[in-house]
Design a protein around this ligand. Sequence first.
Ligand SMILES: *[C@@H]1O[C@H](CO)[C@@H](O)[C@H](O)[C@H]1NC(C)=O
Ligand SMILES: *[C@@H]1O[C@H](CO)[C@@H](O)[C@H](O)[C@H]1NC(C)=O
Ligand SMILES: *[C@@H]1O[C@H](CO)[C@@H](O)[C@H](O)[C@H]1NC(C)=O
Length: 246
Amino acid sequence: MGSYCFLVLALCVAQTLCVTIESVPGVDGNGVILTELETTVSLVCRSNRSEGEGAELVWLRNGARVALREGNRKGQSAVCVMPVIHQDNGATFTCRLSSNATVEASATLNVTYPPMLSGSDDVWVEDDSPLVLHCDTFANPPVSSVRWTLNDSALDLLAGGFSVTDDGFASRLSADKAERSKHEGLYRCIADSPVYGIKSRDFLVTVTEKTLKFPLMPIIAGGVVVCLTVLLAIVSRWKKIIKCCK
Ligand SMILES: *[C@@H]1O[C@H](CO)[C@@H](O)[C@H](O)[C@H]1NC(C)=O
Ligand SMILES: *[C@@H]1O[C@H](CO)[C@@H](O)[C@H](O)[C@H]1NC(C)=O
Ligand SMILES: *[C@@H]1O[C@H](CO)[C@@H](O)[C@H](O)[C@H]1NC(C)=O
């Protein structure tokens, strides 16, 4: 687990009614809890009013009530996010008094994760067919750059007839017609994350000979005709057999 840093969000002046949130990992000055996927975030809310009157607490996640057990509501209340998932990024946890909704404190999760890039893919593409490679670059914070190499040198877009598109989630490299001399080789997609550094994924592309495509429909139609004929033959045969038995 990360550092055990506790930081009190709102400063309570002795007499006024207030709630505070403490968390592991800690909350920064902007009310943001920096965390990573698959980890645990624990939040504790406290009211400065002692046991008894009106110190019942309520937790909300993005405005929706979090179900709390009995005994986890009075004076102090703890919630846990375990494990932290992608959807928790940007989620705001608010603790408030159930008797007075204006008395509240909030913290927002910033869930960082690297682009899921590693390993190697074998890709076969037929001669003359489109070559398309996908590189998943989705990350928080967003990657600062994505580039492609072929056989360890920068990709020559013009010479290879390549186009590269990037929508912030993935980078897509494509060429309309694969040619062995131009397109076979080791492709690498390299993404640079400001937090996680360089991540890359390899694609070993092999351009194969064109195969003859079988005309599928006529075969299926032919198969149906054969089946029907056989069935009809059996049916008419059956009548004869039944007749014989009488
Ligand atoms: C709710 O709390 C605020 C801040 O302490 C206070 O000004 C307000 O009067 C309270 N409202 C009620 C209905 O108690
Ligand atoms: C989340 O944390 C990362 C890493 O510190 C930072 O780059 C990014 O700006 C933060 N995002 C938000 C929304 O605070
Ligand atoms: C990349 O390297 C492989 C193996 O050395 C070679 O067969 C292929 O032709 C090269 N690709 C290009 C486009 O130069």
